[in-house]
Ligand binder design. Structure first.
Ligand code: PHE
Length: 339
């Protein structure tokens, strides 16, 4: 009996496991009703009293040690299998990796903030638009070839609906619902049915601006755009306005900023001219004001619109617009420190 107690005690002390099933098998083998230790207790009953005295203590000791060992191992196994507890407090901390803003958002926010500083508010509208807000109110007559300037995705279920081709549609909504003076910026996603290439995409973002009040002139437009160009591209930035055409503005212009023409990149970026095309603009056509319920005899206004991707590509020297839509973290993480 004494040998057995010693042998079991050694086994119990040596047993180690973090597997709950194995621990349970161990418990049954030693402590279960038909286990090794109860069997010893059974045999103990038949011993002569003097042996009982010496072995009783040892037998009880074995039983307690085995029970304690089971409890201890169960507890450890529970901690090990609980994900909240599975922490190694000695391992080095994870360094915090905050998400990064998308370069398109960085640029959009910067543009919007520049205009907010001079009193423009922000307006938004739906991405699925009706013909009126995207085209007709903006002086695109039906069947007019100017509609081809912006290849359109139509919504199959309803030929009157399309994905907006510009956020000028938001400005129509603003003019319809608010009285001048209006000073508003409409940032948003726009859609054009164009082949996807390094330079153009069927989805992109615009920021368009609108200012309507009594006596707004082309000089106000030019000065506002100069303010923007200096705020965005740096003090002393030169701009030029080239005559252009948009159905909703008259006269219309495109604004370029002087980029420089010193190296190969400058040639590539400016197509060899030194000037960077930045935005379209003009005086709101009286027909548009009238369509939106604003009296063109009382009010005049200017509008402008720019593509955010194009400006982001210039600012960050991004060679391919598709990079802005692929969400490749290796690309996006380069902008981690840009805000
Ligand atoms: N809506 C025009 C475009 O998408 C940009 C523009 C806005 C031009 C306002 C003039 C005035 O190209």
């Amino acid at each position: 009996m004494e040998e057995k107690i010693k042998a079991y005690l050694a086994e119990v002390k040596a047993f180690d496991s973090a597997d709950p099933e194995e621990i349970e098998r161990f418990r049954i083998r030693y402590l279960g009703r038909k286990g090794a230790i109860p069997a010893l207790f059974e045999a103990f009953k038949a011993l002569p009293p003097e042996q009982k005295r010496t072995l009783g203590k040892e037998l009880n000791g074995l039983k307690n040690t085995a029970a304690q060992r089971v409890e201890q191992l169960k507890e450890i196994a529970q901690l090990a299998n609980d994900p909240r507890e599975a922490q190694d407090l000695t391992r080095p901390v994870y360094t915090e990796k905050p998400g990064t803003r998308h370069p398109v958002n960085l640029v959009k926010n910067e543009i919007v903030n520049i205009f907010k500083r001079i009193g423009f508010n922000v307006s938004e509208g739906p991405e699925v638009e009706d013909d009126w807000h995207n085209f007709t109110a903006l002086n695109f007559p039906e069947e007019h070839p100017a509609r081809d300037m912006q290849d359109t995705f139509f919504v199959a279920r309803n030929p009157d609906w399309a994905l907006r081709t510009h956020t000028s549609s938001v400005q129509v909504r603003t003019m319809e619902s608010q009285k001048p003076p209006i000073r508003t910026i409409s940032p948003g996603r726009v859609f054009r049915n164009e082949a996807i290439s390094a330079r153009s995409h069927c989805i992109f973002h615009q920021v368009e601006g609108l200012y309507i009040d009594k006596g707004v002139s082309f000089a106000d437009l030019k000065q506002t755009l100069l303010y923007f160009a200096e705020a965005f591209f740096g003090k002393g930035t030169e701009i030029r306005l080239r005559p252009s055409y948009f159905p909703f503005t008259e006269p219309s212009a495109e604004m370029d900023v002087w980029w420089g023409l010193e190296n190969e990149t400058d040639y590539r970026m400016t197509k060899g001219t030194g000037w960077l095309e930045v935005l379209g603009c003009g005086m709101v056509d009286p027909n548009v004001l009238e369509n939106c319920g604003i009296d063109p005899k009382e009010y005049t206004g200017f509008a402008f619109g720019m593509g955010v991707e194009r400006i982001a590509m210039q600012r960050f020297q991004i060679p391919d617009i598709r990079l802005l839509f692929e969400n490749d973290v290796r690309f996006l993480q380069q902008f981690a420190t840009s805000f």
